[in-house]
Ligand binder design. Structure first.
Ligand SMILES: C[S@@+](CC[C@H](N)C(=O)[O-])C[C@H]1O[C@@H](n2cnc3c(N)ncnc32)[C@H](O)[C@@H]1O
Length: 256
């Protein structure tokens, strides 16, 4: 199992999230500005869902902070921010990103399945597109529960199995490869980002987060659902015609 985690870590060390095409030697303020611009152009809904500016003075933990793009927004808004990630390269970039913004957060190399924090430590836990990459996702969700304070809340984004992205995977790696009986679980596992990626249903989301209170599960149609090629998308308005149930992002919120 640890060997498998090494493969996942290697993947994110080679391709820290959101950095595609930009080499580490070029790391400067513009580098992070470009990552940020691209991120919030493609995922403009993040700020409102994450509630960046509602957490002043609160202890916020981000699990899988990547290069720190959202973390900077939490910290800039006055949250006491802690970010963890399993990828050292991502964390080193995150550190520079915070430094360019004159912010001094607590960043740690850690595993979502065994968080290095005591019980009931955080007011808010945030994790965007991360927990489906770890081999034991339910163990990681139980860790969210453990380190969240009673009354605290969380926001976790996981991938939605029956989404248009799932359909694209099925088209390219199932139908075009003459493998029509392959399951969506296997397609995500083998062909989406790091090895072993999972994508879940609403029912599974409610089951995995059953220990929390006031659970809400909401799907969001993303540009990735209406992708023409790797870096080209249909115009944004196309997304309005697609039922949200088919959206790739499944955002789960709730309280302990
Ligand atoms: C898709 S990226 C998302 C990063 C960031 N949340 C963002 O949206 O830009 C997935 C991240 O999860 C991290 N990750 C994967 N497995 C992990 C684990 N078991 N513990 C901590 N981080 C993990 C990877 O290193 C990577 O940075």
């Amino acid at each position: 199992m640890d060997k498998f985690k090494d493969r996942i870590r290697d993947f994110w060390n080679k391709k820290p999230c959101g950095t595609f095409g930009i080499i580490p030697e070029n790391v400067d303020r513009d580098y992070f500005d470009n990552i940020k611009k691209r991120r919030y152009r493609l995922e403009p809904f993040i700020g409102e869902i994450a509630g960046f500016n509602k957490l002043k003075g609160k202890k916020v933990l981000e699990i899988g902070c990547g290069v720190g793009t959202d973390g900077v927004e939490f910290a800039r808004s006055g949250a006491y921010y802690t970010g963890i990630d399993a990828s050292l390269n991502s964390l080193e970039l995150a550190k520079k990103n915070f430094e360019f913004n004159d912010l001094r957060p607590n960043l740690q190399l850690a595993d979502a399945e065994a968080l290095p924090f005591p019980d009931n430590a955080f007011d808010f836990i945030y994790s965007w597109g991360v927990l489906h990459h770890t081999p034991d996702m339910v163990k990681a969700i139980n860790e969210v529960y453990r380190v969240l304070k009673p009354g605290g809340s969380f926001c976790v984004m996981l991938y939605n199995r029956y989404s248009l992205v799932g359909l694209q995977l099925y088209f390219f790696y199932g139908l075009l490869r003459l493998n029509p009986f392959i399951s969506l679980n296997r397609l995500f596992y083998e062909h989406h980002e790091s090895p072993g990626t999972k994508a879940i249903t609403d029912k599974e989301a409610r089951l995995f987060f059953k220990d929390f209170r006031n659970i809400e599960v909401k799907n969001i149609v993303t540009p990735y659902d209406i992708r023409i090629s790797h870096n080209h998308y249909w115009p944004k308005f196309v997304a309005y015609f697609i039922p949200s149930i088919l959206g790739f992002f499944k955002v789960i919120t709730g309280e302990k």
